[in-house]
Design a protein around this ligand. Structure first.
Ligand code: NAD
Length: 499
């Protein structure tokens, strides 16, 4: 089974054996590959190749660069099943989410192809006669992409599709937990590059495999002007200042602690469906997973009872089976962190439902759990910490003002939502005095964003934006141009300097 999936993705025996990095499937903990790590001593050459590629790629017209991304989208469509199956094998996502991740890659390619014929700048009214002002966007240089295990391929595509049409080469350092999906994606990229032909320079898209040390080589290099880093706030706290210290540009996509406010007027059946998907989907291992439920005290008990009933019916097990909705956690250490967070929640006065290790009816060797609901007396330290597992903390509120204050009173600022049929409440939640997150939704959950919007969050989530809207500006440098087509040289602000 494993071999068939690896072969379908074009990975050879030599590539997946004999290396120093062991890859385990979270489904059963079995070692499925030993891949070769990039020696740290190779990093200067990798970066030099990227710089050389930049000098060629930046001169190709953007719509032509878009053609490469169009071909990548085509190749991804052809490989969707194979790559989706590998996402399931390497990360433990249920089949439909594995396929959904590849679909997201296809979607961003489509977006980027359209973008390649836009990349608009402004024209600006000049105060001087016979003058014209405008903004031009230029390629910036190599973009280092450091990605997390939980979206092992989609995050790369959000960055790569935009970076490539913007004229930037890409160097990708995937999570050390998910090198196989990255290697398989590179095979797809290579097919697109081959079809595109010789206009794409060697080294335009590179993959480096290894742990934080390999990422640090990118982070430290002045020749990698953009670092897009996705992962924990702990990682971002190291990477962000290092990039800033060398005057690089960091796009940080870090941890979240996402909340839903459920108001008295909410459609509770719809809210329950949204809560269960966003708290339990991907076994609670999305950056946008719902972690805090802030329910009006008049409906809280009813809502928790409905949720407990829904949780009891969730099929937990092998993510490859079509009936499964909750697959494994990425590893046993994550399961241990979940159990320890629940212990802390109990010690803080919480009442916990679920949150047990599951050993029957699931593949042996994987870390399977029943998702947990923890009713909390208040927003304790445990609630304010992101635990990357399916724990839903429940808090009560009486006034919307109080609910919004609770929602915002955490260090992270990624995603948020409100369920209400009251227009004043919905608009207040979206207003300047409402949610302080990068994403704020009404009557849908906090997870499962579309690629058309800019994705990212505030505060300790890092402030980066990727994917849709004008996130492409993060991959380019802005130039302000003033052109004088008159025969005079007037100075701005009426300054006189005659000699
Ligand atoms: P992680 O921080 O352990 O690792 C992420 C990546 O950073 C890996 O590739 C790792 O090798 C690299 N890394 C770690 N230390 C580094 C250093 N000092 N220098 C350079 N690179 C370094 O995160 P994880 O466990 O893989 O992923 C889970 C976390 O990612 C969660 O906190 C989740 O919320 C977050 N996440 C955020 C987003 C987002 O868009 N905001 C998306 C997905 C995941």
């Amino acid at each position: 089974m494993t071999n068939a999936i690896l072969t379908a993705c074009g990975l050879t025996e030599a590539e997946v054996t004999g290396g120093t990095l062991a890859v385990r499937s979270p489904i059963d903990g079995a070692e499925i590959a030993r891949v070769h790590e990039t020696p740290a001593s190779d990093m200067p050459a990798v970066i030099a190749r990227s710089q050389a590629a930049f000098r060629v790629w930046r001169e190709l017209p953007a719509p032509r660069r878009g053609e490469l991304v169009r071909l990548l989208g085509e190749e991804l469509r052809a490989s969707k099943e194979a790559l989706g199956a590998l996402v399931t094998l390497e990360v433990g996502k249920i089949t439909s989410e594995g396929l959904g991740e590849v679909q997201e890659m296809i979607d961003i390619c489509d977006f980027a192809v359209g973008l390649s014929r836009q990349i608009y700048g402004l024209t600006i009214a000049s105060e001087r006669p016979g003058h014209r002002m405008m903004e031009t966007w230029h390629p910036m240089g190599p973009c280092g992409v450091i990605s997390a295990f939980n979206f092992p391929v989609a995050v790369w595509s959000w960055n790569a599709a935009l970076a490539l049409v913007c004229g930037d080469p890409v160097i990708w350092k995937p999570s050390e937990k998910t090198p196989l999906t990255a290697m398989a994606t590179m095979k797809i990229m290579e097919r697109a590059l081959k079809r595109f032909g010789p206009e794409a320079p060697e080294g335009l898209v590179q993959l480096v495999i290894g742990g934080p040390a390999i990422g640090e080589a990118l982070v430290a290099s002045k020749d990698v002007p953009i670092i897009s880093a996705t992962g924990s706030t702990r990682m971002g706290g190291i990477v962000g200042p290092q990039v800033a210290a060398r005057w690089g540009r960091a796009i940080l996509e870090l941890g979240g602690n996402n909340a839903m406010i459920v108001a008295p007027s909410a459609d509770l059946d719809m809210a329950v469906r949204a809560i269960v998907f966003s708290a339990v989907g991907t076994a609670g291992q999305r950056c946008t997973s719902l972690r805090r439920l802030i329910a009006h005290n008049s409906i809280k008990d009813d809502l928790v009872a409905k949720l407990a009933k829904a949780y009891a019916s969730l099929p937990i097990g092998d993510p490859r089976q079509s009936t499964t909705l909750v697959g494994p956690l990425i590893d046993h250490a994550t399961r241990d962190r979940m159990l320890s967070a629940l212990e802390s929640a109990r010690a803080e006065g919480g009442t916990v439902h679920g949150g047990q290790t599951v050993t029957t009816g699931v593949p042996q060797g994987g870390a399977y759990v029943t998702p947990a609901i923890a009713e909390m007396p208040g927003q304790t330290d445990t609630v304010r910490t992101e635990t990357f597992a399916p724990i839903l903390y429940v808090l009560g509120y009486d006034t919307l003002e109080e609910a919004i204050a609770i929602q915002n009173d955490v260090p992270q600022g990624l995603s948020s939502c409100i369920f209400t049929l009251n227009m004043r409440e919905a608009e207040t939640f979206l207003s300047a005095a409402g949610s302080d997150c990068g994403i704020a939704n009404v009557n849908i959950g906090p997870s499962g964003a579309e690629i058309g919007g800019a994705f990212g969050g505030e505060k300790e989530t890092g402030g980066g934006r990727e994917s849709g809207s004008d996130a492409w500006k993060g991959y380019m440098r802005r130039q302000t141009n003033t052109v004088n087509y008159s025969a005079k040289l007037p100075l701005a602000q009426g300054v006189k300097f005659d000699f």
